[in-house]
Design a protein around this ligand. Structure first.
Ligand SMILES: NC(=O)C1=CN([C@@H]2O[C@H](COP(=O)(O)OP(=O)(O)OC[C@H]3O[C@@H](n4cnc5c(N)ncnc54)[C@H](O)[C@@H]3O)[C@@H](O)[C@H]2O)C=CC1
Ligand SMILES: O=C([O-])CC(=O)C(=O)O
Length: 269
């Protein structure tokens, strides 16, 4: 019989709370053991009614779990990631954009025996992108279209005095590489960072971000031109109620990713 992995979740928002509930409902081979949050009292109330209430701990204390899922704002990424990686755990980031300027953590994980497992999250097709990237890849692009409120508050918009809520027609608000996109939109295009890591890296992965008042969904289109195949894929995510920046599929994707850590039958590369 396969061993059970304990799971700790940092952050109980649109991603973390849904994931915590799903794990508490029972997933073979995984046990929710601990959660952390900004507001520990609220976290206690959120998990108090669980079948098996997890411990409410600090971010560094999550590293006692076998698997640490980061589902917090990007600003908290370093504290959560460092503790998990130093303890040699499996670290599953949501704020993937925050990993791009911290690739030394990957080197450190090699030394401590930790693993960093980036989920597909709100995106699709990273299996095909990884396969294509085993061969020659000419280009990888992602076009993200969100309702304006799904981009609100991004540092890039503030720095460039773009009032996204005043936009009345589809408007391209960013064009550049995935590294710069992740810095400028830390809460909006983690998908671009995941795509970059799956394929040809953050400098060569090109990103367009559109604010589109006609959109009701968070839409991402990937285009890959490679020696082995041409890929064009679109996902249209229903924004979550708690956080319109975040597609509802994200906690489901992380759950699927966690199942893959212990399942006997694993589908997709
Ligand atoms: N990889 C992907 O495909 C996607 C990634 N994301 C990213 O995932 C992260 C979480 O997203 P959401 O759940 O939608 O955010 P959210 O804002 O709904 O939830 C974040 C939670 O973390 C808590 N928090 C704040 N400071 C904290 C701290 N220092 N330590 C622990 N918890 C803290 C907040 O109180 C909140 O409950 C964000 O960085 C977001 O940009 C979001 C969507 C897709
Ligand atoms: O949920 C989405 O559509 C994507 C998202 O917010 C992100 O990549 O950070």
């Amino acid at each position: 019989m396969a061993q059970e992995l304990t799971v700790g979740i940092a952050g109980l928002g649109a991603i973390g709370l849904h994931l915590a509930r799903a794990l508490d409902a029972g997933v073979q081979g995984l046990r929710l053991a601990a959660v952390s949050a900004r507001d520990l009292k609220k976290a206690q109330a959120n998990v108090g009614g669980f079948r098996q209430p997890p411990m409410v701990v600090s971010n560094p204390e999550l590293a006692a779990c076998d698997v640490v899922v980061e589902a917090a704002p990007a600003a908290a990424f370093e504290e959560i990631a460092t503790a998990a990686i130093e303890a040699g755990r499996i670290f599953v980031p949501s704020s993937v954009g925050a990993l791009l300027p911290r690739m030394h953590l990957v080197e450190r994980a090699r030394e401590t025996g930790a693993r960093i497992v980036v989920p597909t999250g709100a995106l699709l097709g990273l299996d095909a992108v990884r396969a294509a990237a085993e061969g020659e890849v000419e280009s990888v692009t992602i076009e993200t279209r969100k309702p304006p409120r799904g981009l609100e508050g991004a540092p890039y918009l503030r720095q460039n005095a773009i009032d996204v809520l005043a936009i009345t027609t589809p408007t391209r608000v960013f064009k550049g590489n995935a590294f710069d996109a992740a810095q400028g939109f830390p809460a909006n295009v983690n998908v671009a960072a995941a795509l970059a890591l799956a394929g040809i890296g953050p400098e060569r992965t090109m990103v367009e971000i559109w604010a589109d008042p006609a959109q009701t969904r968070n839409q991402h289109t990937i285009r890959v031109e490679a020696a082995a195949a041409r890929l064009t894929m679109t996902i249209e995510n229903v924004p979550s109620e708690e956080n319109p920046r975040t597609g509802r599929i994200t906690p489901l994707s992380i759950l699927a990713c966690l199942r893959g850590l212990t399942s006997t039958l694993k589908v997709g590369s």
